[in-house]
Design a protein around this ligand. Structure first.
Ligand code: PMP
Length: 401
């Protein structure tokens, strides 16, 4: 499979070799890195990307779930073009920011006020900062195996291998050498969907904990939705213990106008966003209860600082607005129904091929794990066959060409 992939992507191979001279591993991103090298894109349209060798692919990644209307949607491109002619960014506010904020506040149950950033990473960073400032406590709790961006305090036990984990207890493990031990100590990890141990750990640490951050649909586990009962219990517990409950909806916001929280009926104190809300431009945001968000109010000097030259830049805001404008309830309904069909068909194909597989996901989000074991958490994901994942990537890329 790999040989056939390399045979159909010679220009990508050349570019990769050149790229490696200037960029570690050839790129600033690793999302779609599979050996021997990723294919280089020349252009994209609708739901296809075309590589530099002219191979056309059906794009299931859509820049890590960013695009709900396909690449280069007409109205988004028009909005960006129009804005570009009037300036790319300014020092003072532009109305587009107000409109996008309004759309989020109107759509998402937990969001009374919001602030924009340029990445989901900055969104979670600032939501956590708000929780700390509000509670005056410094520890945070996250799910073992959960990804919330690339900053220090969420880079604990994201990809930690099985042999680094305590067999019984959720374990906090540094993601790279030299991470301060204090960071690892300050990040408490929880087992996904395990109410009993989660409750015990939160109670034990409550005096020092500021917040619990969780994806209601956990992307690293193949978009595995949290049990309704687990989320509801977390909501009760965080309220009882005075912790801020944060939903990371950077990806799950593509499930409905109000995100996963609307679908699942559990309303957090704060929510983080990215991807879809910027229509394909760099974006992030966090929003929530007004009393938490007002910590950042600059009127009398903010209690908590959140600065950024390109925060809420109009290019991103207009692209986001042009996207959300088109995302009616009917669009979500159709998208989610297509997701159900895709998962059912994938299961049928793997059944027919007699390959042991778990197809996970909800709505338009899906994951494939090569294992017989039901996927329930980080550890079950780790036990799946990674080599098969690699084959799927190169095999699919090859067949699509
Ligand atoms: N949280 C989740 C759940 C994500 O999936 C991502 C990005 N994949 C982030 C946070 C970070 O967003 P960004 O890549 O824009 O920094």
């Amino acid at each position: 499979e790999v040989d056939r992939y390399t045979a159909s992507t010679p220009r990508s191979a050349e570019l990769q070799a050149e790229a490696e001279r200037y960029l570690p591993g050839g790129s600033s991103r690793g999302t779609a890195y599979f050996a021997p090298y990723p294919f280089f894109v020349e252009r994209a349209d609708g739901h296809h990307v075309v590589d530099v060798d002219g191979n056309r692919y059906l794009d299931f990644m859509l820049n890590a779930t960013t695009y709900v209307l396909g690449h280069s949607n007409d109205r988004v491109v028009e909005a960006v073009r129009e804005q570009a002619a009037n300036g790319l960014s300014y020092s003072t506010p532009h109305e587009s920011q107000v409109r996008l904020a309004q759309a989020l506040c109107e759509r998402v149950p937990s969001v009374e006020k919001v602030r924009f950033t340029n990445s989901g990473t900055e969104g979670t960073l600032n939501a956590i900062r708000a929780a700390r400032a509000y509670t005056g406590r410094h520890k945070i709790a996250k799910i073992e195996g959960g990804y919330h961006g690339n900053h220090e305090y969420v880079s604990v036990s994201v990809y930690a291998p099985l042999d680094a984990l305590d067999p019984e207890e959720p374990t906090s493990v540094a993601e790279w050498p030299g991470q301060p031990p204090s960071v690892v100590e300050d990040v408490i990890t929880l087992h996904y969907n395990d109410i009993e141990s989660t409750e015990r750990i939160l109670r034990e640490n409550a005096a020092e904990l500021s917040c619990v951050i969780i994806e209601p649909v956990l992307s690293n586990f193949g978009y595995l939705p949290a049990d309704g009962e687990y989320l509801a219990r977390l909501r009760e517990l965080t309220t009882e213990l005075g912790l801020i409950f944060i939903f990371d909806e950077v990806q799950s916001f593509r499930l409905s106008q109000g995100g996963a929280q609307e679908q699942m009926g559990v309303i957090p104190d704060m929510t983080t966003f990215g991807k879809v809300i910027g229509g394909g431009m760099p974006v992030g945001a966090w929003g929530g209860r007004a009393d938490l968000m007002d910590l950042f109010d600059p009127t009398d000097g903010p209690v908590v600082s959140h600065a950024g030259t390109f925060n809420a830049n109009p290019m991103t805001m207009v692209a986001g607005l042009a996207t959300l404008d088109q995302l009616t309830p009917e669009v979500y309904e159709r998208m989610n129904a297509l997701g159900d069909i895709l998962r059912a068909k994938l299961r049928a194909v793997f059944d027919e091929l007699d390959v042991a597989v778990q197809v996970t996901g909800i709505g338009s989000l899906f994951g494939i794990h090569f294992t017989e074991e039901r996927i329930v958490d980080h550890r079950s994901v780790l036990r799946a066959d990674r080599a098969m994942q690699q084959k799927l990537f190169t095999g699919y890329s090859m067949r699509a060409s």
